[in-house]
Design a protein around this ligand. Structure first.
Ligand code: CAA
Length: 380
């Protein structure tokens, strides 16, 4: 095993760190307070190539590996998880899904603009009554010959109002259950497509999370991904890669909190010495660092396996499960180390603690990851 990163991978990590520390950090508290989407920052990040990192250069992407993506996601998430979830949905759900399963025409029309940082994509699976139970899609797409008539509601959609293109899972043939589900590419502006209410969230408050409503939207057949009825398997395969993205987000939230706690422990004095010189604090930091390191290794291993073309479903779910768990404990301890200062916005750690929670919920709850992992390890 080679634990040394390449020069290219380190350069990506450094560029992401510079951007996070110099561009994202100054306004992150204000954006959190006012639940403001980082539109200008997202535009810049797209122009720098971070939204098409892994896409083949022939479609306008950076052609980088998943390991580089994890390194960049960790650095962005240390500072601003609202920005990193937009980056994660674009790279690992939207782009990868179209690049892997789309037609050449779909790639030109819908992948290139996102890979080049000109547009944002969204992934729409969750519904009011289909979150974890994703096969129970109520959104319908009636086959009308050369188009589908799309009706229904999607919930908690990341990039809900800022996206230009949406991958929408929908039921075409109820009799066939999950084999009757399709994925359609829907464009903002199609008649009958309404962006609904924005969610007022506990964490990742800057991210743009909306309900979407489809009222008799005519979606051309050529916008279907894959064969008729491929939509559910498409969603499951795409979510496998997506879980590496959320694992790296959770890792970044945790390692960001750890960095802040270490820095604070060297500045703050109690009982006549810096607090890291008290064993009570030093031991907390040691535990936090150990948890972060384990989450980093698991996430990078899943990314490396994906890059090698190996089966990575279990490793991605394990990394997400573990990284999202330690993001809870590490951010909580970071607040504890900061004492009263940790409980106020100015010191950043309370936001990281709120942001951490969503990583145990989206792209499959922790309980869903355990279903996926147990099925994989119990397979004959
Ligand atoms: N790859 C390919 N096919 C897969 C697959 C995979 N990884 N996982 C399942 N399938 C296939 C199965 O083989 C099966 O097909 P066949 O019947 O033809 O053999 C079919 O899909 C149905 O699978 P299951 O019977 O296992 O389905 P299930 O109802 O038991 O559910 C589940 C499986 C794992 C619980 C799944 O429903 C799931 O992952 N749920 C969570 C959904 C989720 O993650 N939602 C998050 C929304 S996206 C989001 O949050 C994005 C964002 O904005 C940040």
């Amino acid at each position: 095993m080679d634990f040394k990163f390449t020069e290219e991978q380190l350069a990506v990590k450094d560029a992401a760190r510079d951007f996070a520390q110099n561009v994202l950090k100054p306004g992150v508290i204000e954006r959190d307070i006012h639940a403001k989407f980082p539109a200008e920052e997202i535009k810049q990040l797209g122009q720098l190539g971070f939204f098409g990192m892994m896409v083949d250069p022939k479609y306008g992407g950076g052609g980088m590996d998943t390991v580089s993506y994890v390194l960049a996601m960790e650095e962005i998430s240390k500072v601003d998880a609202s920005t990193s979830v937009c980056m994660s949905v674009n790279n690992s759900l939207y782009n990868w899904g179209i690049e892997r399963f789309g037609t050449e025409e779909q790639k030109e029309s819908y992948l290139r603009p996102v890979a080049e940082g000109q547009a944002i994509g969204a992934f729409c699976l969750s519904e009011p009554e289909a979150g974890s139970d994703a096969t129970s899609q109520r959104t319908t797409a009636e086959d009308k010959g050369d188009y589908y008539l799309l009706n229904g509601t999607k919930n908690w959609i990341t990039n809900g109002s800022s996206a230009s293109f949406y991958l929408v899972m929908c039921q075409t043939d109820k009799e066939k259950g999950h084999r009757g589900i399709n994925c359609l590419i829907v464009e903002k502006g199609m008649e009958g497509f309404i962006v609904g209410e924005k969610e007022d969230k506990m964490g990742i408050r800057g991210s743009d999370t909306h309900t979407l409503i489809f009222n008799d939207v005519k979606v051309p057949k050529k916008n279907r991904i894959g064969e008729e009825g491929f939509g559910f398997k498409f969603a499951m395969q795409v979510l496998g890669g997506g879980r590496i993205g959320i694992a790296s987000q959770a890792l970044g939230i945790a390692s960001g909190a750890l960095e802040l706690a270490i820095q604070y422990s060297k500045e703050r004095q109690t009982f006549g010495k810096e607090i890291h010189k008290h064993q009570a604090i030093a031991f907390k930091l040691a535990d936090m660092a150990t948890q972060v390191e384990a989450a980093r290794l698991m996430t990078l291993k899943a990314a490396h396996m994906k890059d090698q073309g190996l089966e990575f479903t279990a490793q991605a779910s394990m990394a997400k499960l573990f990284a999202s768990q330690i993001a809870q404990s590490v951010t909580t301890e970071a607040v504890q180390i900061h004492g009263g200062y940790g409980y106020v916005r100015e010191y950043h750690v309370e936001r990281l603690m709120r942001d951490a929670k969503i990583t145990q919920i989206y792209e499959g709850t922790s309980e869903i990851q355990k279903i996926v992992i147990s099925r994989e390890i119990l397979k004959d």
